[in-house]
Design a protein around this ligand. Sequence first.
Ligand code: XIL
Length: 362
Amino acid sequence: MNRRAALALPVVALPAQAQPNLAPLRQQARAFGRAFGAAIRSEILAQDADYARLFATEAEILVPEWEGKWEALQPTEGTFDLAPLRSIITAAHGHHQRVRGHALVWHNAMPEWLPRRLADGASAARAALETHFNTILPATRQAIRDWDVINEPIANAPGADNPQAGPNPLRESPWFRALGPDYIEHALRLARSLDPTLRLTLNEYGIEEATPDAEIKRNRLLALLRRLLDRGTPLDALGIQAHLQLRRPFDAQHFGRFLAEIRSMGLAIIITELDVREADQLPPDITARDNAVAQRVREFCSTATQAGCRTIITWGLTDRHSWLTQDRDVARRDNIPTRGLPFDTELRRKPMWHALAGVLSG
Ligand code: XIL
């Protein structure tokens, strides 16, 4: 085939293996003033050298998938264990990476003793919060300059998906029950007072797609953020988890307007936990499946970067170790492993990787 004929061929994505020379996402993002990161698990880091190498090469930011949660940090009351978190910090330093903290106030991954303590009432809850913050923030101050201080504070919309949901726009978590709606402001002020230059992030899910439930959640979140900022509460960024689902529609314009509203409040936007759950009815082959995932990632992430988001973090890097295949609540009912991350189980770049590369360097 002559050159002219070759050029006239339609543009098709080469398989990842055929493009070994493309720079890692970390470098591509950096060249455009952006950052790419991924959630990592310390026990796998210690056991799987290929996994460790992949994170060292591709990620600028590491997020502990479990090691920054209460269950990990304070398994028994008053006894702290920062060893797993430190192992991630050490790995990050070895490769000139940053670490994001996740998560200081959340209703999940609570050690067994904590809900009991919170049920003792407001002053016990305040004391538990203070002890935890007073220990963790100074101890991680050198390494972690951005924490999810508040994780998932908004209640899901009442409806078919969630018949139990009440009218309260805030999730009735053990923190909410102990301290009322002000637990959020209290935690943010405490974090600011302990570390005045720490970036304070509020992180939420279920606010990305074009469904009535997501619209209700977005509106609840906007109302919460307005109220916090009106009261002078310290808050720097909104984390958008972005556990996307192909069974739900996405509307770039609508989501873009929501992001613009967030930005107009003076908040930064971070994509904190990106991954993709595939459709219930899968396309016929792996290529078509991977292209569908990549297409959604391209649409979603380009909407975010156009709105000024500079940081994209995926919830894991490889389908080899992903909560999408390992966690019963989010795994597929047909037991087919979800292909929702940028690398496959053999650590090969997938179309999702190329979609991220395109957006981060676009
Ligand atoms: C998930 C972890 O990935 C799982 O391994 C664990 O079983 C449950 O938590 N939102 C969050 C994350 O903020 O902390 C969650 O991580 C995924 C949803």
